[in-house]
Design a protein around this ligand. Sequence first.
Ligand code: PEP
Ligand code: MN
Length: 345
Amino acid sequence: MIVLMRSNATTRQISEVIAHIRAQGYDVHLSEGGERTIIGIVGNGSAIHPEQLSMMDGVEDVLKTSHPYKIASRHYHPEDSEIPLGNVVVGSQDLAIIAGPCSVEGRSPMLEIAHMLKEAGATALRGGAFKPRTSPYSFQGLGEEGLKILAEAREQTGLPIVTEVMDAALVPMVCEYADVLQIGARNMQNYALLHAVGESQHTVLLKRGMSSTIEELLMAAEYILSHGNMRVMLCERGIRTFETETRNTFDLNAVVALKQLTHLPVLADPSHATGKWEYVEGVALGAIAAGADGLLIEVHQEPEKAMSDGRQSLRPDHFAALVERVRHLAEVLNRRVPSTTSTHV
Ligand code: PEP
Ligand code: MN
């Protein structure tokens, strides 16, 4: 349930409504952006009577939401949430382009590609230091050493760092180095991890589970939001279908639906969705045209030698061409890809 306060409601009226809700054993979540205060009722308490609430002073309306997610819902927060990331604001007119290799493979290749990506117009740098691999015999990532390399790449380029955290116990360590904590598809419903990143107050990039519904993705986001961390970006990265030509099936519907259902920014990852570099650009442009707020793109200097996901990685020149196309498309959509090359550290 969501309580819409009148635009001229006083602080005292708002406090009385909150006290009433709390007295029934619920928690409240306040949204004070825009013109009015909106109070989300969350948690488990005794039956709450909307009629009683709607009669309280200062209350304009009480909405019963049919969705199980509340704080993530657009009803609760009608304006787009805006999340700063380096020199872009994700969720605004800006498009974010997060790019980098699947895994951090070593200091010099990472630093080299970081400069190339910045030059090409990337707005943030990605790279996995802890890798969730299907096989225990595949490369598992460089761990903290990889995080240190990423931090050095940020120091040299000024680009913020996005990297995956796989375990709740590692959240404090990853927070020391990263600007954005990525929750991978395989961990979308790891509730202990969602809890830990929710408490961290670090920006989170939450990827959709490969067999998760849109509602399950929003419920996973709700876990993070309900711990008071409002800086959550969602990412559609393809879901499992019967199709075998592509690694996954990019769900364009999800981009459109999520933009309507939630105020959280929605990014698209055409690399993991397609699994083939030659399909990445087309899906990337389609996602931006459909309303995505940015992209996550895997790029590698020598994809054939990559330690993970080489088949789907773009070469730097292809990535630069993609950014140019996105820039052109952005113009017709009244969006923009801010330039990063003029930023100094
Ligand atoms: C990744 O971003 O490299 C990754 C492992 O993605 P996902 O969790 O979407 O498979
Ligand atoms: Mn990958």
